[in-house]
Design a protein around this ligand. Structure first.
Ligand code: SAM
Length: 240
């Protein structure tokens, strides 16, 4: 990692109240593995060091805002892609257990290999569709938190994520600016699957200033058994 990117990462994390001093070698290695992986197969559209550092690493760490990931929680990262937000979070929070999920095998293979190279034994990647996992007893109602970044509109996320949570668990959805219509539809969908919107926090990404929103949905009662609907339906026919 070049000096400029190192400074950006330290400053960005610092603005989130995180001191990455001891973890910089892991972030440097993550950057290198991502760039090598990108050269072999298209893992992420972001190519420059500063973009990866700010828009993947720092952005992923913003889901620690508000303290929703405290304690020794089990955390699903739904639609993790090349490992975001899981990998940056797992580096700074070794106390949390992460299950990054993606339907694309090659992405999960990358996340697994990268977690192993980084010595992260708190990351257990899983190939699968949220619609399927949410109906399997091994996964349904089993997790304390679901984090999700850049996967779908809020009503779809509610249907995909809430079934995986235990009652009392939280979905922490990282969004860009969210329209009142999407938020309203998300509230109604959350209600349908046993959840309620607990918090909507708007902020700006450190340094870049891009608008971000964290939407936190609490699971307040069991999700009706018919949700999630079969593969593809939550996306093609959103609840609201
Ligand atoms: N979260 C990552 C990030 O922020 O860089 C990746 C975002 S990428 C735009 C969306 C990912 O979600 C893709 O890798 C896709 O395969 C995965 N995905 C979409 N719908 C899914 C589903 N129903 N179950 C599992 N993975 C899904």
């Amino acid at each position: 990692m070049n000096k400029e990117s190192e400074a950006l990462l330290l400053q960005g994390a610092g603005e989130l109240g995180l001191d990455l001093g001891g973890q910089m070698p892991q972030f440097a290695q993550l950057l290198q593995l991502l760039q090598e992986g990108n050269a072999r197969t298209n893992l992420t559209a972001l190519k420059t060091e500063s973009d990866i550092v700010l828009k993947h690493f720092v952005d992923s760490l913003t889901c620690l805002r508000g303290g929703h990931l405290n304690d020794e929680f089990s955390v699903v990262d739904l639609g993790t892609g090349a490992g975001f937000p899981t990998l940056p979070l797992a580096i700074v929070r070794p106390d949390l257990d992460f299950t990054p999920v993606d339907s694309t095998r090659k992405k999960i293979e990358f996340v697994l290999a990268t977690a192993q190279s980084l010595g992260l034994n708190n990351v257990r990647p899983l190939v699968g569709r949220a619609e399927t996992l949410g109906q399997e007893p091994e996964h349904r109602g089993q997790y304390d938190r679901v984090v999700v970044r850049a996967v779908a509109a809020l009503p779809i996320l509610a249907e995909l994520a809430l079934p995986l949570l235990r009652v009392g668990g939280l979905l922490v959805a990282q969004k860009g600016p969210i329209s009142p219509e999407e938020l309203n539809a998300g509230r109604r969908a959350a209600g349908e699957v046993g959840g309620t919107v607990q918090e909507v926090e708007s902020f700006n990404l450190p340094m870049l200033g891009d608008a971000r929103t964290l939407v936190v949905i609490e699971k307040v009662k069991a999700t009706p058994g018919k949700y999630p609907r079969r593969v593809g339906v939550p996306g093609s026919q959103p609840l609201f």
